[in-house]
Design a protein around this ligand. Structure first.
Ligand SMILES: [Zn+2]
Length: 162
């Protein structure tokens, strides 16, 4: 995976934005969870400042991925659309402090870094957005039960008419 290293604090301070498209195959940890590494993820990250005065990253990841259906174990296309707000802390102690102060379940507090690989954040986001137990609405192997099929057969209908 080609890294995209930034200083996450500067990125927020200067309200920088970055976005791109990455083949799913470039994300090794994500690919390991999928039926195949076909497809691409579109991502965008915008730096800014949270109302509470701390740096934040707005992260969006979307794209079609191939999950493994937990019922029939065959591939299952899934449209991922995920967005997160990541608040940056200076270190672990600061992270605990910010978490307690903001007390907002919709935010994630991470320790910022002067050499943050944005692609790691994108992959983490995609991994966290994976459904726990994906299942087809109707699995490809599913066929109507023999009983139901008989009931619909034209011969059965004719028989009834006689
Ligand atoms: Zn299935």
């Amino acid at each position: 995976m080609s890294a995209k290293i930034v200083d996450s604090f500067e990125f927020c301070k200067q309200q920088q934005q970055s976005s791109g498209q990455v083949p799913v195959a470039e994300f090794a940890r994500l690919s390991a969870e999928l039926a195949s590494s076909a497809g691409e993820l579109a991502w965008s990250i915008a730096g800014g400042r949270h109302a509470a005065g701390v740096p934040q990253l707005l992260l969006n990841v979307s794209g079609q991925i191939q999950l493994v259906c937990q019922r029939c174990l065959s591939p299952m296309a899934h449209q991922m659309v995920s967005a997160s707000t990541l608040v940056l802390a200076k270190d672990e102690a600061d992270a605990d402090d910010i978490e307690a102060r903001l007390d907002d379940e919709s935010l994630d507090v991470i320790v910022g870094s002067t050499s943050q690989d944005l692609m790691v954040l994108v992959e983490d986001e995609a991994l966290l957005a994976l459904p726990l137990s994906p299942r087809h609405a109707q699995c490809p192997g599913d066929v109507p039960t023999p009983g139901a099929e008989k009931a619909e057969s034209p011969f059965a209908v004719l028989k009834k008419l006689k």
